[in-house]
Write a protein that binds this ligand. Structure first.
Ligand code: EPS
Length: 403
């Protein structure tokens, strides 16, 4: 069973993550993790912080000679910006008057944070609620991703829209029609998206989006968008309908919704399916190359909380970044008077980063359910369980139903 924790404030010394439940003998390197961290830092529209940081994870435990030991893997990502924040973020009491932040930004965790935790400075809300924490998630997610690769499971993402600008040819249609070649790997979509400064698949769309981001920047405004995360190469049978908390779709929705600023998650055709007749919504069962297959994949790879073996397709929406350089209305808590919300160094758009983070969260969720089904202590043991199940799956169905 995979469990992971992150710790660290945005302007503290470092971010930490501990991941437990990864079996032994998985080959892993810091450079593999750092590649994913670098992808998280990319995207047109990010702020100055990304110029200061070069996120790199140092593995502190759980790995020996390039292979996991089965023990908790802990990692540290140092914050380069800490140098400039040592006084403001001091762990020890200091003898210096600090200017407290008293103006909350609408849309951020500022106001709810001080209300809930009884803080006397909004800085305390800002620090842990910052999306900086997602760097630690990507480090943990990279290990889950590497584990899934051992079994041919691949994960990728692309940005579908930013500021309402969608592509002319929506790739989702292809995904739901199940018309992709059988050797399609989700990471091939990521490789294409990685080449775009906003992680989209069409160059005309990229140009339009860049123009819109430039306008937003000029106006001191921000933008959100939608992104699609895909997993391919899955076995049939991850997750279960047995209980509410064993359903794979519920696990994935939780996982993606937990990413900062995500406000909606759908699996497969999601909201669109609510508008359709059942006959145009479900995936017909057919015989394909002597196996049981599906005509379409509108369910997005999950039926009854269980993976169907077809690609898992998750679509999510990120709201615009809450920090506005042309601020909207707020209240100064020091005198309860109407003011403009506080400005703070921030990104203008972070949808491309959000998509990369979502790959890590999807990897962690799938790896968790994968280990529940095929669990073992070493990669080799899990491979035996996995191969045995897959080899016998269709012959078992045939035998059980032979009349
Ligand atoms: C982020 C680090 C943050 C922000 C951004 C994401 O750094 P700083 O606050 O020092 O500029 O750039 O976080 C937010 C936009 C937010 O609202 O929390 C990162 O590492 O991804």
């Amino acid at each position: 069973m995979i469990k992971f924790h992150t710790a660290g404030e945005s302007h503290g010394k470092a971010l930490i993550t501990v991941i437990e439940g990864i079996p032994s003998n998985l080959k892993i390197s810091e450079s593999y993790i750092n590649l994913q961290l670098k992808r998280r830092q990319a995207g047109y529209g990010r702020g100055l912080r990304m110029k200061i940081e070069t996120d790199t994870a140092e593995i502190l435990s759980g790995v020996r000679f390039g292979k996991t030991l089965g023990s908790p893997i802990s990692m540290i990502i140092k914050n380069s910006d800490w140098e400039n924040w040592q006084t403001l973020m001091s762990v020890e009491q200091i003898n210096q008057k600090i200017k407290k932040i008293s103006i909350p930004r609408p849309g951020h965790a500022d106001l709810v944070g001080i209300s809930k935790y009884n803080y006397d400075d909004i800085r305390n809300s800002i620090e842990r609620s910052s999306a900086r924490e997602t760097a630690a998630r990507v480090a943990a997610g990279s290990i889950a991703r590497k584990f899934l690769e051992e079994f041919g499971i691949s994960i990728g993402s692309f940005v579908e829209s930013i500021g309402g600008i969608y592509p002319e040819n929506n790739f989702s249609v292809k995904l739901f029609s199940n018309s992709l070649p059988s050797n399609f790997y989700a990471n091939s979509i990521s490789e294409k998206a990685d080449k775009s400064s906003v992680r989209v698949l069409e160059s005309i769309q990229e140009e339009k989006i860049i123009r819109k981001i430039k306008t937003a920047k000029k106006n001191g405004d921000t933008l959100g968008g939608t992104f699609i995360t895909i997993a391919t190469g899955l076995p049939v049978g991850l997750g279960s309908f047995i209980s509410y908390d064993t359903k794979l779709d519920a696990e994935i929705a939780h996982s993606i919704m937990s990413i900062n600023a995500v406000k909606a998650v759908e699996i497969g055709e999601g909201f669109l399916s609510a508008e359709k007749y059942g006959s145009k919504s479900h995936d017909e069962i057919i015989m394909k190359n002597n196996f049981i297959g599906r005509k379409t994949n509108r369910a997005g790879g999950i039926e009854g909380g269980i993976s169907t073996g077809l690609p898992i397709i998750v679509r999510a929406a990120m709201k615009p970044i809450a920090t506005l350089m042309s601020p909207i209305e707020s209240v100064d808590l020091s005198n309860m008077k109407k003011v403009d919300a506080r400005r703070e160094r921030s990104d203008f758009v972070a949808v491309p980063a959000c998509a990369v983070i979502s790959e890590s969260m999807l990897a962690l969720s799938i790896a968790k359910f994968f280990l529940q089904k095929f669990g073992g202590d070493s990669v080799e043991e899990i491979k035996d369980n996995f191969n045995n199940y897959n080899k016998k799956l269709f012959s078992r169905i045939r035998k059980n139903f032979k009349s």
